[in-house]
Write a protein that binds this ligand. Sequence first.
Ligand code: FES
Length: 619
Amino acid sequence: MDRQTMTRELRVTFQPSGRAVYVLPGTILLEAAARAGFIIETPCGGAGKCGKCLVRVTSGACEPCAEQAAALKAEQLRQGYRLACKCRVQQNLTVEIPEKSLFQASHKILAEDAGGERDLRPAVTKRFLQLAPPDREDPASDAERLSLALDGAGLDIAVLRRLSPVLRQKDFAVTATLIDRTVVALEPGDTTERCFGVAFDIGTTTVVGTLVDLRTGMDVAVASLVNPQTSYGDDVISRIKRCRDEADGLRQLHDAILKAVNAITREVAHKAGVDRHDICEAVFAGNTTMEEILCGIDPLALGQIPFVPAFRNTVSMRAADFGLDVCPGAKVSVFPQIGGFVGGDTVAGVVATRLDQTHEPTLLVDVGTNGEIVLAHKGRLMATSVAAGPAFEGARIVHGMRASKGAIEKVVADGDIELNVIGNARPTGICGTGLIDAAAALLRKGVIDITGRVLGPDELPSDLPQALRSRVVENASGQYDFILVHEKDSGIGGPICLYQKDVRELQLANGAIRAGIAILLRHAGVDPSELGSVLLAGAFGNFIRRNNARRIGMLPQIHTDRIRFVGNTASFGAKRMLLSTREKEYAERIVRETRHIDLSLDPEFQMEFSSAMIFPETE
Ligand code: FES
């Protein structure tokens, strides 16, 4: 491939998974890992001080910088250990990520800390019983016999129907599965070793399911699918409209998500060699619209002022009633919601990060089509949501695309443009992170001004390198666009540009997030400089270049060390609820105690939004 404008990308392979990504020379290892889907612990925000981001370079050289030499022992350095936050990729590498360096691993530990292996308290328990068979002296009914052995527990009708044959299959040796003092399943013999749960993050775009061993709290398999509802509309509003306008809309959307959830359940069970009937519990976290449709609830009220959700508390039901193809009596729980467009995924994020327990003002931001923002200050929580629109997903951007093969995911402007393309392929479009990078880079170079206008040749800075200058081209309406990829390097048979109208779309999305953050801070009386940290959650948030998001004003002007990636907190929170009933109580307390700021009713929002559309003057 002719890459006149593109620097040679380097391959980084992560072990033990073998997952590989291509990155630009100079990319921080932490970012390469995130690109590959590995979120590494960064408690010090990448300052090189905590040593928690330890990885081991097993092939290819990565010279340690002075900070690493100071932070690590000589023996560690000799063995190839490096700090992912300080290591820059300069050649092809193979890197081992120790389990304890992964953010997800620390959350497993946290889950154990909160409950501990001794304290794991899933809603479901299994008990093995060797019952005495009936005789003339003891002619009690089968149901009484079982119930008595379980301190008076009740029996689900499905258990009662098959009780007599199951009891006699292995001479009255049985395993009872109990939820809330009711036997929901009964199996012959001892099956206490097999007790699993599945935690779901139901995203508007992607659905992720994690199979968890409820005895140990450990993940055993994970699988994901594109949310099939995307074929009915990209964002939640179009799906609410479909439910409202089509007679069969709700059923279509509900069936589509249920099918996906069952497909993921089958896949994780298959991967882990687990019988689906040994899955005894499931927890779902999603935004308000996704949760309501998942439960078969008409989301009508979410589409009209004052945008109230249909429910706030956890919704629980039997798997058979829910339509989940696991143990029919399994317990299904759907996360409680805060209000309007602040749903269960946000609550799960607070549960996962223990946001209410932070000592300094802390923001949790999930950037997506719907941006959710929670501010923790002095033990109190305030939450809001903003309609950022689908620009970050690549929609409404002329050459926009999702973050998949061929997408420009990183843009650097120096003497010329350098790009990183997902899958090391010819570029076919630009995804959300590339869009933010491009805008930030062109702002720094003075190609775009703070109003978002792409400047014409006469207005460009005199010291702008010629290679960049020549990329500015006039369009049919007399405005200017910027060529990111020349036709000869592109995979679409024409140039790939950042168009003037793309910058406007970005300003709308960016302005919404920025205004939401500003209003929450103002309500709490917190100056941005007082923020202890900003936690970036969600699939998109974990790929954002922090300095670029800050340059365009999406994130407050605080040091990048204080902006931390926290991974898929909706999944982590769902797992926590799966592992302990205490987490359900905690989640419901979060919902009760969080102040919901509805920006659709806030007179300040329009004004704040207009000024937030203007990019910051400087960094
Ligand atoms: S040393 Fe703390 S994140 Fe790398």
